[in-house]
Design a protein around this ligand. Structure first.
Ligand code: ADP
Ligand code: MG
Length: 257
C-alpha cells in the first residue's frame, strides 16, 4: 500500500525541504497517513515541523541500530503526519554506512520494510549531495520527485540527475520510477524563469507536474515558526500551490474520486 518517494536533487537550495514539508503536510490534511523522513544532517525539515533539537533522536540512531525505527518516529502537530527527524550527527552515518560490511546501500529499505504499509506515502528529504544517505533513499524509494528551481543551470543539473537515476536503475533498483519533476521558485515576471519552465516542459513533457510552485516569501518564513506554510498561511500562493500539488499527486496515483 505505502509508496516511498525520495525527494531529491543533488543541487542545494532548489526547494527539496520546502516540498517535503508542505507536500507531506498537505497530504496529511486530506486524511492520508504520511511519514516524512529527514535524511539531511542539516535537519531543516525536522525544525520546520517543530521538532525541538533536544528531542532529535532520529535517523542517525536508527542507522546505527541504537534505537528501532518506531522509537525514532515522532507525531507532529498535524494529525496523520509523522516525522523521522535528523540532526547534525547524521553526517556520521555517511562514514558509518561506508564502514559496514553489508547492506550499506539498502539499510533504509530494510528498516522501512516493517512500517511501509502503515502509511499511504513515505517521503524522504534528501541532502544536496550524492553520498550513501542519498543512495539509501534512492534504493528504498519506489520513485523520485525532483524539484527544479526555475533558474540558470537548472537543465544541466537535471540531465546529470537523470543520468544518475539511470545508473541506480541499472545497478541497484531496477524499478525506480520518476514520480515527477516539480518546477519551483517560479517568477512569472522574470523571462529566464519562464524560459527554464518552458524548456523543462518541452523535454520532460508529462513527467512535469502541472502545478508550479511560485517564489513566495511565506514558504521561506513559515519554517521559523515550526510550521509548514500550508498551516501557517494556508491562503498564501505558495501554500495553495503545494495543496494543488498534493491533489495532483493523489490524482496521478488514482486516489482521488
Ligand atoms: N517557492 C519558494 N519561494 C520562496 N522561497 C523558497 C521557496 N522554496 C524554497 N524557498 C527557500 O529557499 C531556501 C532553499 O529551499 P530548501 O527547500 O531548503 O531547498 P533544498 O532543501 O533543496 O536545499 C530556503 O530558505 C527556503 O525557505
Ligand atoms: Mg534541504
Amino acid at each position: 500500500m505505502g509508496k516511498i518517494i525520495a525527494i531529491t536533487n543533488q543541487k542545494g537550495g532548489v526547494g527539496k525541504t520546502t516540498t517535503a514539508l508542505n507536500l507531506s503536510a498537505s497530504l496529511a490534511l486530506t486524511g492520508e497517513k504520511i511519514l516524512v523522513i529527514d535524511s539531511d544532517p542539516q535537519g531543516n525539515l525536522s525544525s520546520g515541523l517543530g521538532v525541538r533539537k533536544e528531542q532529535k533522536k532520529g535517523l542517525y540512531e536508527v542507522y546505527s541500530c541504537k534505537i528501532g525505527i518506531r522509537d525514532a518516529i515522532v507525531q507532529t502537530d498535524i494529525a496523520n503526519l509523522h516525522v523521522l527527524p535528523a540532526s547534525m550527527d547524521l553526517f556520521a552515518s555517511e562514514i558509518e554506512l561506508l564502514e559496514r560490511a553489508e547492506n550499506r546501500e539498502s539499510a533504509l529499505k530494510l528498516m522501512l520494510q516493517d512500517i511501509k504499509n502503515e502509511y499511504r506515502y513515505i517521503f524522504i528529504d534528501c541532502p544536496p549531495s550524492f553520498g550513501l544517505l542519498t543512495l539509501n533513499a534512492l534504493i528504498a524509494g519506489e520513485s523520485v520527485l525532483v524539484p527544479v528551481q526555475c533558474e540558470y543551470f537548472a537543465m544541466e543539473g537535471l540531465s546529470l540527475l537523470i543520468k544518475l537515476l539511470w545508473r541506480i536503475r541499472g545497478g541497484f533498483n531496477e524499478t525506480l520510477d520518476l514520480e515527477g519533476i516539480l518546477l519551483t521558485m517560479y517568477n512569472r515576471h522574470i523571462a529566464l524563469s519562464r524560459q527554464v519552465a518552458d524548456d523543462v516542459r518541452r523535454i520532460f513533457k508529462t513527467k512535469v507536474y502541472d502545478t508550479i510552485i511560485p517564489r513566495n516569501i511565506v514558504l521561506a518564513e513559515a519554517p521559523s515558526h515550526g510550521k509548514p506554510a500550508v498551516l501557517y498561511a494556508p491562503n498564501s500562493p505558495g501554500a495553495q500551490a503545494y495543496i494543488s500539488l498534493a491533489k495532483e499527486i493523489l490524482n496521478d496515483n488514482n486516489l482521488l474520486f
